[in-house]
Design a protein around this ligand. Structure first.
Ligand code: GLN
Length: 251
């Protein structure tokens, strides 16, 4: 199929899970970025918001976003999401595109152990998270080869959980803390799941990451993932400013 020539209609459906509960540090901007970058290329895009009490039709979704939240919100969401563990697992195993950020990333694992309690995870991925006293806060720079990227990804992190796993990582930490402040690794890649601690939001300043997610969704749905190139002038400028600040030691 050649989408450029015959302008065949393509549609992407984004499922935004718990937008009113899990939406820290600009996570909503990830949705705007995905929507705009699809629309600029003539790809029809629909965003569907789901919250507690809603039935989530996973087989109708092309990209899922699960953002970050406080421990309290994480607990609320986790109890509800655990009722549909198998459907989420099937979505992931069937190559559904899934962007999980911070609290959302932690939720995909076995548990998030805090000083007072343990929040059970969805047990979809073999990872676990344990809280430590010091919060890991600040701007982050990672070196990543995700999708077509061979470049630096910037973001912002604020978490007390330390996450451990043996999957491929989203990137190597250049500045900041990443998964656990020990191994200099950030995030996780499994099939079409991208788990990361990077808020900021992640996608506006890292458009290659946004495009990689859109490409994966198109490839899964249509077996073809052609995306017209976009200029990314402002996006690159915004990222360059952050990189320059970090390189000067302004964390
Ligand atoms: N509550 C989690 C933690 O502090 C996640 C926070 C977040 O999503 N920013 O580790």
């Amino acid at each position: 199929m050649e989408f450029k020539k015959n302008k065949m209609e393509r549609q992407i459906v984004i499922g935004h899970l718990f937008p009113e509960l899990l939406n820290l540090y600009g996570d909503l901007g990830n949705i705007t970025t995905l929507v705009k970058r699809c629309q600029w290329r003539g790809i029809e895009v629909t965003v569907k918001n789901y919250t507690i009490g809603h039935t989530i039709p996973f087989n109708e979704l092309d990209i899922i976003l699960l953002g970050g939240g406080s421990d309290r919100e994480q607990r609320l969401v986790c109890d509800y999401l655990r009722t549909m563990k198998n459907e989420i697992k099937d979505y992931v195993e069937n190559n559904g595109v899934f962007l999980a950020i911070c609290g959302g990333y932690q939720l995909l694992g076995s548990y998030y152990k805090t000083k007072n309690t343990e929040i059970p995870g969805l047990e979809i991925l073999d990872l676990y998270t344990e809280q430590d006293d010091e919060r890991l806060i600040g701007n982050v720079l990672i070196q990543s080869t995700f999708g077509k990227c061979d470049y630096k990804v910037v973001g912002f992190e604020n978490h007390s959980g330390r996450t451990y796993h043996d999957y491929e990582h989203f990137g190597n930490v250049v500045f900041g803390h990443g998964n656990n402040d020990e191994d200099h690794k950030e995030g996780l890649l499994y099939k079409n799941v991208l788990g990361t601690y990077l808020h900021g939001p992640l996608l506006p300043k890292n458009p290659e990451v946004a495009d990689a997610l859109i490409e994966k969704a198109l490839d899964r749905k249509y077996g073809e993932s052609y995306l017209e190139p976009l200029e990314n002038r402002f996006e690159k400028k915004a990222r360059a400013i952050m990189i320059a600040r970090l390189e000067k030691g302004e964390l």
